[in-house]
Design a binder for this molecule. Structure first.
Ligand code: FMN
Length: 372
């Protein structure tokens, strides 16, 4: 039976997953070189916001060091951190960490050192939430967005309605691109092995990508290819700052405020995204979906459609179970399989898989308030 999802990222149900055909000999546990990294296994920890930083300073503590250290010790190949803010106005939840002050960088050094001591690899996910915020989280300023259109709904873990954002000027956009590049440099200074640009899930970059939130008349708006201009500029700047073999870019159709959103023509959209990534010299993609096995067009899933147009590295994710991940790795659709919720509830996830042990079911209410 497939792992089922209740609501958005709420819970995983009975883990009677498709088991690994090859057990401890599975391709999942093979070491692999992707980009600049020699990974212990073909697994990744998906980026997951946990809200355990100091709310005022955005600095992480010893609990966060231990949380990531354990996953590295377990044998996760690539740890992608929770979303980390590139600026104070990037914030959309309380207690989210940053990578724009000296203290933040110093605190992250402890995390990266602990992970490296376990032989692990860790990259920082760079995040700006754009309009999915409230001025009380963004220093009293309105949230930033491509256009002054409020999202529907309420800020998660804050429970106030999303504000009407401020449409960014061209100068604001240039500043944003610089902030992503600087955060990339800060990540390297903090000892991270690279970065992931959060271009998915309806946050700022994806707000530019989407016609739901981008009504601009300048070069940052228009048809899809044109709307991807900001994403291309950010990706190019981050690649220049840290190198293409250390830069992953994440993108998706679904939005955290509109989880059911799908492109009108998924194949054409994916082809346009891939063209944009090629144009700016990206080499590592992380297409994100809520359901890895969902067929979009012609019997093909999101990741299979990306593979049709992309020869580079693909990280697969989205309610993945080990057996499905094994198949997708074997058929070459993906190069690395990322797991999210199971890694929150099972710090020893990789070892449990290897030994064929039962997994602890993830429940938001039980697992989110604690770091284990
Ligand atoms: C608690 C939680 C926080 C998340 N935070 C982020 C985030 O900061 N950045 C991001 O790109 N995705 C985030 N996600 C999405 C995950 O990276 C992943 O794509 C999703 O959970 C599907 O994978 P899974 O089925 O293996 O859990 C989050 C998911 C959860 C459950």
């Amino acid at each position: 039976m497939k792992q089922a999802t209740k609501g958005i990222y709420q819970a995983t149900e009975t883990y009677s997953w498709k088991k690994l055909r090859n057990g401890a000999e599975s391709i999942i546990f093979e070491p692999v070189k992707i980009g600049a990294w020699n990974l212990k296994t073909r697994t990744a920890m998906a980026p997951m916001t946990r809200c355990f930083a100091d709310d005022e300073t955005g600095v992480v503590g010893e609990d966060v060091v231990e949380y990531y250290r354990k996953r590295a010790a377990d044998g996760v190949g690539l740890i992608i951190t929770e979303g980390i803010l590139v600026s104070p106005r990037a914030k959309g939840n309380p207690q989210v960490p940053g990578l724009y002050t000296k203290d933040q960088v110093e605190a992250w050094k402890k995390v990266t050192e602990a992970v490296h001591n376990e032989g692990g690899t860790i990259i920082a996910q760079l995040w700006h939430v754009g309009r999915l915020s409230h001025h009380e989280l963004t220093l009293g300023y309105p949230p930033q967005a491509p256009s002054a259109i409020a999202a529907e709904g309420r800020v998660p873990r804050f429970r106030k309605p999303y504000d009407v954002p401020e449409a960014m000027t061209v100068e604001d956009i240039q500043q944003l691109v610089d902030q992503f590049a600087q955060a990339g440099k800060n990540a390297i200074e903090a000892g991270f092995d690279g970065v992931e640009i959060h271009g998915a899930h309806g946050y700022l970059i994806d707000q530019f990508n989407s016609d739901l939130s981008n009504k601009r008349k300048d070069k940052y708006g228009g048809d899809l290819g044109q709307r991807l201009t900001l994403m291309k500029e950010v990706t190019k700047a981050v690649i220049e700052a840290v190198g293409t073999d250390r830069t992953v870019i994440r993108f998706s159709a679904h939005k955290s405020d509109v989880p059911t959103y799908m492109w009108e023509d998924p194949e054409e959209a994916i082809r346009t995204f891939v063209e944009a990534f090629k144009e700016v010299g990206a080499t590592l993609l992380h297409p994100s979906t809520m359901d890895f096995t969902r067929v979009l067009v012609d019997g093909k899933t999101m990741h299979q459609l990306v593979r049709k147009y992309w020869d580079g590295i693909i990280i697969g994710v989205g309610t993945l179970d080990p057996g499905t991940a094994e198949e997708a790795l074997e058929e070459g659709t993906i190069d690395v399989a990322a797991f999210g919720r199971p890694l929150i509830s099972n710090p020893d996830f990789i070892n449990r898989l290897k030994n064929g042990e039962e997994l602890e079911e993830y429940e938001a209410r039980k697992h989110l308030p604690i770091l284990i």
